[in-house]
Write a protein that binds this ligand. Sequence first.
Ligand code: FAD
Length: 420
Amino acid sequence: MPQRRMNTTVTRTQVGIIGAGPAGLLVGNLLLQAGVDCIIVEQQSRDYIEHRTRAGLIEHWVVDFLRSYGLADRLLREGRTQSSCEFRYHKRRFSLTYSSLYGDRTHYVYPQQELVKDLVASFLNAGGDLRFETSALDVSAPTTITPAIHTSTGDIVCDLVAGCDGFYGITRPSLPASAFTTFEKEQGFRWLALLAAAPPSTDQPIYALHEHGFAGHMLRSSTVSRFYLQCLTNDSIDDWPDERIWLELETRFTVEEPWSLTRGPIIEKNFLDLRSFVCEPMQYGQVYLAGDAAHIISPAGGKGMNLALADAAVFVEGVRAFYEHNDDTKLLSYSQRCLPRIWRAQEFSQWMLSIMLSPTPGQPDAAFMHQLQIARLERLRSSRTAAASFAQNYIGYDLVLGFSADGADLSSPDTPGAPV
Ligand code: FAD
């Protein structure tokens, strides 16, 4: 347990936000715009979080939402839209133009660290209090009207706490474990997540199923590409020198017609242990968990950051109702409103893994499982219904804030933009 500092200074605010990732920064920006006083504490430096490379695929509704709050100017200028993706298996390929199957909605390709830069700048420009290199140590008195965040530089006493501090943060462990049910799945696979200073070799992401394992080619910018390679859980970085990586990518992406992979220096090489996790509920007393602090998801499908931003938007709607109308019903139902979207994304991500991950070598049903994967891919290729379902889940359905008069949740419509 970390030690609290003696003689701490105490600051009072309405909402204390732990973590300046996408979730915490969106909460902070929206609260400032709504005139709600808040403080963000972030354990890392500004430079660190503004260069931490992670996600890059932003859902359509997120961009619309950010634009409506004036937070998407650079994203709209510099991001590029993505409306199709490609699947490869047995040296064949097919492209799926998904946006035409879901209201012409597209993804935006814009690296997470660029969005973080934009949100940091807008928060600070609006006079926000963002304390870098300040670690939250724990949260106390969560069920009282004055919960407190104890940090490395002092205490912050608030009305509400937003725990946006990621999977390894301190907010969730500060709360009683018995207050939560957790759902967890270890996928039993690792991905080698790579960034290469190489222009993309494709104009759409490639998902390749190969007997050696999955390979993915995601877009990031005109000079940088992200790649994923499925590998064994006991592999180490030393097992993957750059030359082996390029050869393996070339092998797994092979198609019958001419196609070449553009190589470049590998600038980042990390293992991702594929794991899925959801914590229910996502709140306890006056403390609310958002983003990776409450749930993590495999990168298959590109959902993690988008879910974090959805939680932030739903939370702030509740906070606004609380301060503007003295109405806490939206805050009380925060978890109920977030969880259907989270579970739907988990289901989609699990389905993506089911078509992409090669069975473990030696697994007795490996041949059978592989045939199922081919059947799923063939269905995706040939069935408009299957493709339309994929499109809706991949692009992400719109976030409709609010409940109907009879209390029905409107946050998961099947038709873009229109609650059902
Ligand atoms: P984080 O971004 O983790 O932010 C939490 C913040 O809290 C951090 O800045 C951390 O430093 C800070 N913090 C932690 N503890 C403390 C403390 N004690 N005190 C103060 N601050 C603290 N998602 C997608 O949607 N699309 C993609 O294409 C995609 N690709 C990905 C690729 C990779 C390689 C990885 C790793 C992730 C990817 N994701 C993707 C997932 C996405 O990056 C995360 O879901 C997203 O960052 C979650 O945002 P967050 O704000 O909840 O948490």
